[in-house]
Design a protein around this ligand. Structure first.
Ligand SMILES: *Cc1c(COP(=O)(O)O)cnc(C)c1O
Length: 234
């Protein structure tokens, strides 16, 4: 087994253990492998080890990788855009990705909907919540969610699937869980209102167990699968 296959198996075990510990089925939690800054060769190793869903933060880098695997004839992959999205890059996301986790204003949602090619299924979107209320982070406040969700569900080119958040780092489990639970409550409420909603994208390497205990359905893991990132090369 190579390192990436080995790391993936380890992360899957951790997800299973976290789910089982709180009485959930491991299949309820999707593993999104965050491959930003990593070469296509690393992604290919993860694909060989059975991974299908990948998360990318930079639009052009992600599109290059999507094209690479399309040209190689690899089918069944799912590409998630998880980085901050500027309006002038929305078209590339609408044309190439399957999901966008970072919708936080109507303008971006409308552009994604208009720019989604009619030949493709609607783009799956998550509304990003700035759950720790950090100045530096994107996302809306929970108090703004109802209004934005009601507008997003009217747009034909996108499909509202749920919520995403990047909580401020916390080392203590109880604090991680408290924040994750706020997200889970908002998610459950949204789910009762809109039948397309089924995804809570929450939990990274250090807070995965708390996120899963609270009800996350998708964890986003990079370093624990692909190793540390080297930003000096970009
Ligand atoms: C980079 C990133 C991750 C993965 O982070 P790791 O610490 O490498 O596991 C998850 N979510 C988002 C939004 C990211 O940008």
């Amino acid at each position: 087994m190579n390192d990436i296959a080995h790391n993936l198996a380890h992360v899957r075990d951790k997800i299973s253990a976290a789910a089982t510990n709180c009485g959930r089925a491991p299949e309820e939690v999707v593993l999104l492998a965050v491959s930003k800054t990593k070469p296509a060769s690393a992604i290919a190793e993860a694909i060989d080890a059975g991974q299908r869903a990948f998360g990318e933060n930079y639009v052009q880098e992600g599109v290059d990788k999507i094209r690479h695997f399309q040209e190689a004839g690899v089918e069944g992959l799912q590409w998630h855009f998880i980085g901050p999205l500027q309006s002038n890059k929305s078209r590339l996301v609408a044309e190439h990705f399957d999901w966008c986790h970072t919708v936080d204003r109507l303008r971006i949602a409308s552009r994604l909907s208009e720019q989604r090619p009619a030949t493709l299924a609607p783009l799956n979107v998550l509304i990003q919540i700035n759950i720790s209320d950090e100045q530096s982070k994107s996302g809306i406040a929970l108090s703004e969610l109802d209004a934005l969700a009601a507008q997003v569900v009217e747009l034909p080119g996108i499909r509202l699937r749920g919520l995403m958040a990047i909580p401020a780092p916390e080392t203590e489990y109880q604090r991680q869980f408290a924040v994750a639970q706020q997200m889970a409550v908002a998610f459950e409420t949204l789910k009762t209102r809109y039948p397309t909603v089924d995804t809570l994208s929450l939990g990274m390497t250090d807070d995965m167990a708390a996120a899963i205990a609270a009800g996350s359905t998708m964890v986003r893991i990079g370093t624990a699968i692909f190793g540390a990132r080297d930003y000096t090369k970009n």
